[in-house]
Design a protein. Structure first.
Length: 175
């Protein structure tokens, strides 16, 4: 074990948790839930964790991986459909097929959704998970989209604030 030179205490080694293996019954519950809602909120993930006797972060990671696998499979199916729709007489190499965007499409919010988001941001620019989930339910978008909107809004408001307030240290002589 490595030693911390400042306190002479042994430093813990990096720990990697074992892979979580779900039983068939647990997988059935997770898959059924995924088919109904691929973006479950925190409360749903907690309920699932209790139901299948595991930790909430394992549930969150399972859904994240499942969404990634699902979108990857979907892209593969679309590519196969595109390739099979080509005329057999044409010489098309796979590299000539246009690359699909990996990024999700930009989320377009309605006027009422934006109004609710801005109102909540003015009230609290750093809402907790429960507030974000409630807001997501109210406006009908996944909580992750609400979280991203708040992050982007905080970033933009910080940039705007810097533009309005000139740097006071600039222009002062040194020495």
């Amino acid at each position: 074990m490595a030693q911390d030179s400042s306190s002479n205490r042994p430093m813990p080694q990096k720990y990697r948790r074992n892979r979580t293996k779900f039983t068939k019954e647990q997988l059935k519950i997770l898959i059924d839930t995924f088919n109904q809602m691929p973006y479950p909120g925190y409360a749903t993930r907690l309920r699932l964790a209790l139901e299948i006797d595991t930790e909430e972060p394992r549930i969150q990671l399972w859904f994240k991986n499942r969404r990634a696998r699902y979108s990857f499979q979907k892209r593969g199916e679309q590519k196969e459909a595109l390739e099979s729709s080509q005329d057999p007489g044409q010489d098309h190499l796979p590299e000539q097929i246009p690359h699909e965007q990996v990024r999700q499409c930009r989320t377009i919010y309605s006027r009422s959704q934006l109004h609710a988001l801005i109102k909540a941001f003015r009230k609290n620019p750093y809402p907790g998970i429960h507030c974000r989930e409630q807001l997501a339910d109210d406006i009908g978008v996944p909580e992750s989209k609400v979280q991203t909107w708040f992050q982007n809004r905080r970033s933009r408001s910080g940039v705007q604030r810097k533009k309005k307030i000139p740097d006071e240290s600039f222009g002062q002589g040194q020495g």
